[in-house]
Design a protein around this ligand. Structure first.
Ligand SMILES: [Zn+2]
Length: 119
């Protein structure tokens, strides 16, 4: 039995642990998920949830039409965000090994920022 449970841990067959959270560290149900979100006790990766708001997405959500912000302006907005967050995290945690900003393409606009710092 223990061997079977170990073999399905974090898979879609696992009725206890959330497979989405296990795979990508996020789940659309958030804290209301019926399955367990096993958070690591320590990690060199910092997750900053909902830290970036894409101005093009925000404009579309607000009035249902296409964005009035050009791709160039959106890129400049993103570059300023990235530099601000990168420099602040570097000041707080030391040298940053890698930083990624991710969009949620399968659900509501929800940008995550993942940052890897030295242990
Ligand atoms: Zn979940």
């Amino acid at each position: 039995m223990a061997e079977y449970l170990a073999s399905i841990f974090g898979t879609e067959k696992d009725k206890v642990n959330c497979s989405f959270y296990f795979k990508i560290g996020a789940c659309r149900h958030g804290e209301r998920c019926s399955r367990l979100h096993n958070k690591p006790t320590f990690s060199q990766t910092i997750l900053l949830q909902n830290t970036y708001q894409n101005p093009q997405s925000a404009a579309q959500v607000a009035d249902g039409t296409s964005s009035a912000i050009s791709d160039v302006e959106a890129q400049e907005h993103y570059d300023r965000f990235f530099e601000d967050v990168f420099l602040e995290l570097e000041e707080k945690y030391g040298e940053i090994e890698e930083m990624n900003v991710c969009d949620n393409l399968g659900g509501p606009p929800c940008w995550q920022c993942l940052c890897q710092v030295p242990l």
